[in-house]
Structures are given as C-alpha cells and as structure tokens.
Design a protein around this ligand. Structure first.
Ligand code: EPZ
Length: 420
C-alpha cells in the first residue's frame, strides 16, 4: 500500500490553488438522479470518492465522463434502483441517492452504510425525514427498502443538525406535492451550493444557509450546469501547512466567508491572515499561542479541520483544549501524534494539547481516516527527520494531489509504494 514520506524542517512559502469541494460535489452528483439529460459540473475534484459516486451512478444506468475537472453526467431511464453494499460501505455518502430515487422513481433499495473509523454514522434522521414526506421505509437484510407513490411536502425538524440528512430531504422535497419546511437544517456552504444547483434545475428552494429551508415541490426538473465551490477543508489544511512550518502561503480560489471560525481561531493564536478577492494569505509567524476549539455545525469550527488544527497546536506555545462534539471517535490521530513526540492527553471528547515548538521527531505513523491522514502529513512537515505516513489511501479520498501542492510550496514530500 502507498505511504507518504515527509522530511520535516522546510519552510513552506508561495501560492497554491485549492480544488473543488468534495462535500459539495458528492450531493450534487446524486442530485442529477432528479432529472434526465446531461448535467455538467465544472471545478469537479479528481478524488476516489468522486469516482465511487460515479461508479454507483453507472450501476444505476447513467453515463459519467470526468475530463480534467469537468464532470458530465447523462441521466437516462435507470436500469437499477439498488445501491449495493459493496459500493455504499466504501463511500457512505452514497446514502444521498435515497432522496432523489424516492422522489423521482418512487422506489429505492439502498444498503445501510455501516459505521466508519470516526463514528457509528447512523442514518435514522434521513429515514425519519423521508417517512415524514410519506415514504414507506423498511429494513431488509441490511438494506433500506423505501417506496412512495408520490411524496407529500411536510415539516421536518431535525433533533440533531445533519448535513447529509438536510441534503437528502432537500433533494426529495423538490418533487414532492406541496411545501416542505426543514427546521434545524445544516447551514454549511455545501448545502447552499446544492440548493443553488437544484434551483438551476427548476426547484423552488429558499433559506439554504439558514436553519430553516423551505422547498416548494415542482412537477419536474431539468439538467443544468454548475461550477462547484472551492473546498474549504482543503483550504484550511493548506493554510495550516504554511503556518506550521513558519511560512507565508496564499491559498487561491478559497473563500474567507466559508471558514469564519477557522480564520478567527488562527488569528486568536497570533497569525496574521488577509484576503484579496478569492485568495487567502497567512503570514509567517515565529511563534503562536495555544487556543481552545470546540467543533460544531457551521458556522462554528468544522470537525473536518479538528485533526489538522491539533497538529498546529502541538507546535504552539501553551495549552490548547480541543473538544470534538460531532463524532464520537475522531481522535484516532492523537496516538499517532504522540508517537511523533506530541504532548496530548485524550479524554472521551476532549484532548488537551500542551504545545512546544520543535518538539516533534519523525517516525512511522498510521493513517486511520481521511482527515487524520492530512493531520499526520502536516505534523511531518514540522517534525525533525523523516515521517512515514502509512495507509495513505485514506488521503486520496478527499485531497487531489496534496503532495504535489505541498512540493510546489517547498515541502520535501514523496509518495512511496511500500507502505504497510
Ligand atoms: C458530512 O457527513 C460530511 N460528509 C463529513 O465530512 C462531515 O464531517 C460532517 O458532514 C459534519 O460536518 C459529506 O458531506 C460527504 P452529519 P454527514 O449527518 O452528513 C449524527 C469528511 O471528512 N447523525 O452532519 O454524514 C452523526 O452521527 C467527512 O469530508 C445522526 O445521529 O454528517 C453525527 O454525530 C467526514 N443521525 C452528527 O449527526 C443521522 O441520521 C452530524 O453528522 C445523521 C447524522
């Protein structure tokens, strides 16, 4: 299996361009099931998860073509309405086909995704939402079997804010009879991007980006074109890559308004950050302070940057208390950082990081999930000597050529084929 070899001590400087957002592209890909014809997405990142989503659409009977960063999806009459376990277990976001299939075809046979490294990842809120719109939902041999003659608009109140649940219900409601009101909706930029595309297709959605989204059902939708928003999590990762090495880095095609909490916390730690049009620059800093963060739904600090920020805090002066409120097991990177010499005390949902500049020594470490992989690469940039990040395939799910982007900024990083 592939590994990443990082030789620390280099200062990263320069400009780097962020790719399209994985977590916007995935729901957009499944939204195409709502309308026949050719859908075109620009700025589509080349990632394993995108490939998996397209494979599932191919199994349904759609044609997909990903040239460069342009993804064309031709939706024709489907030959299957089943999302098989073998695909869904590899890419949990496949559950986002449920809402579109039910809304447009009245049937769906979707494997339960199962858990993953960071948590049990239930889908009970998705299913309650689909039922509220009038679907019959049963569980058969690990599959969700859902059917509905025609969905009917309803009020859906999520007791927990859920990104995927909001996306599934928003998509399903576009073709329901009447009005659907989603309360306690997720407010992530990716929700807004999906609503914008659905409205381009002819949907009538208002309130995306707030906690109340209203969808007025329409009789049909049509294929359209769309430019996917930049990936705020990759942007944050690249800014931290500059920061942790004491360099000045400009991340192009990134949006300050997509990452308010991250920018605020980096400034609180002592970094100077400024933005021109669609680029964010972090200025080099000789030292920075430990700051506390608590992950929570947007616009609070994103859980997908918790691990990367923790790497930065291992090099801070002082203590940082990191609280993870979204997933129950998202500290798998802690023990690996400790192997590199970090001083971190993990509790159930809280990790106390006692930072010290230059305290990391390179060592072999194990990537356990997508964002933990990025965290360990960042720590390797700051560590003395060589860090070998094993099982780096996790990284390829969500970062497009991260090592090339870091090399361009001056990092000494190579991918090797003999990771364990
Ligand atoms: C999306 O996952 C993202 N994935 C995740 O990014 C991200 O970490 C997460 O939102 C939170 O921001 C995609 O967009 C493809 P949730 P999602 O439903 O939709 C609980 C990455 O690294 N919950 O908002 O699955 C759940 O257990 C990935 O790019 C239920 O209890 O997350 C969690 O505690 C990782 N029942 C909380 O809600 C449900 O039916 C938030 O989960 C659904 C969720």
């Amino acid at each position: 299996m592939d590994a990443m070899i990082v030789r620390g001590g280099r200062v990263l400087n320069g400009e780097v361009e962020v790719s399209g957002a994985k977590n916007a592209a995935l729901p957009l890909i499944f939204s195409t099931l709502l309308a026949s014809g050719e859908h075109v997405f620009f700025n589509t990142p080349r990632l394993n998860d995108i490939q998996s989503a397209c494979q599932l659409l191919n199994l349904f009977g759609c044609e997909t073509k990903h040239d460069g960063h342009v993804l064309r999806i031709k939706v024709k009459p489907l030959k299957s309405l089943e999302a098989h376990y073998d695909v869904v277990r590899k890419m949990r976001a496949s559950i986002l086909c449920l809402g579109p299939l039910i809304a447009r075809y009245g049937k769906a046979h979707v494997s339960l995704p199962g858990g993953c490294a960071i948590g049990t990842r239930p889908i009970d809120l998705h299913l309650e939402g689909i039922k509220a719109l009038g679907a019959e939902v049963a569980m058969e041999n690990g599959y969700v079997v859902a059917s509905a003659k025609k969905l009917t608009g309803a009020n859906v109140l999520f007791e927990t804010t859920t990104v995927g649940g909001t996306e599934n219900i928003m998509m399903a409601a576009t073709l329901a009879d009447g009005i659907t009101r989603i309360e306690n909706a997720a407010k992530e930029p990716e929700i807004v991007d999906l609503a914008n595309y659905l409205n381009k297709m002819g949907a009538e959605i208002s309130g995306a980006g707030t906690s109340i989204i209203t969808i007025k059902g329409v009789s049909s939708l049509k294929a359209a074109e769309h430019e996917i928003i930049p990936d705020r999590i990759e942007a944050g990762t690249l800014l931290i890559a500059g920061a942790i090495t004491g360099g000045t880095v400009t991340v192009k095609k990134s949006r300050l308004d997509h990452m308010p909490a991250v920018i605020e916390k980096m400034c609180e730690a002592g970094f100077s950050i400024h933005a021109e049009r669609d680029a964010i620059t972090i200025e080099k800093a000789a030292t920075w302070r430990g700051v506390d963060i608590t992950t929570a739904p947007h616009p609070a600090f994103p859980t997908d940057l918790q691990a990367q920020f923790m790497a930065l805090m291992t090099q801070a002066e002082g203590t940082s208390v990191i609280t993870e409120t979204i997933f129950e097991n998202r500290f798998m990177h802690v023990q690996e950082l400790v192997r590199l010499g970090a001083n971190i005390t993990p509790k159930t949902r809280v990790a106390v990081v006692r930072g010290s500049r230059g305290g990391l020594e390179g060592a072999p470490v194990m990537a356990t999930d997508l964002r933990a992989s990025a965290c360990l690469v960042l720590a390797g940039l700051a560590a003395k000597g060589e860090t070998k990040v094993n099982r780096i395939y996790h990284l390829d799910r969500g970062y497009e050529h991260l090592e090339t982007k870091l090399q361009r900024l001056g990092a000494d990083i190579q991918r090797t084929g003999n990771g364990s």
